[in-house]
Design a binder for this molecule. Sequence first.
Ligand code: HEM
Length: 187
Amino acid sequence: MGPARQALRAATQESHDRLDKAAVLQPLVRPDITKQEYVRALAVLYGFNAPVERALGQGAARLALLREDLRALGADPDALPEMTGLPPLDSAPARLAARYVLDGSAHGGRAMLPGITRALGYDARRGARFLASDGLDMAEAWKALMVRLEEELADPAALAAACATAAGLFAALERWTAEQRLGEQRG
Ligand code: HEM
């Protein structure tokens, strides 16, 4: 693992560990997850992925899978709330960091898939195409991204900007998951 990825991982690890335990995301790793909890978790992830992908404007193939899953589960992605207050994604290091956060989350998605299929029957063909990154060569994309991280973030100032953005996106996502939880409790 190169120094740039190590730095990005170090800058986001604690937040990532808290997110795993976030009330609206934690059911994704529980064997007794309900359909309602699953739709809720996907809706919250949509509210994060959609504005970030839109800001990046890079095709958003994985987001299209998430929209399809939400529709297959009876939700309308266009009616879902989206996060505001994103860190600025207006520099090359910031945009690279955002890509790292989004594509990195595919790792967790694949790890969760077998449990979701066992618990709810959704899989890469229907209902869990996003978690499966169905039809997308994420391994190849990740390898190419790792090369870009080390090349384009070799300059300490660029790396610092990328780490600040990645940490800012995770912090914004933590706020977003907490807000969604509060909204749910208020009913
Ligand atoms: C219940 C929620 C989650 C679980 C269980 C989970 C689990 C995982 C797992 C197992 C990995 C692979 C770790 C490794 O290779 O060492 C991973 C990596 C990663 N996850 Fe998550 N994840 C979750 C949520 C998220 C969210 C919401 C995001 C951001 C949107 C995210 C971003 C990342 C990133 C960027 C990496 C790559 C880190 C690296 O190896 O450099 N994860 N996650």
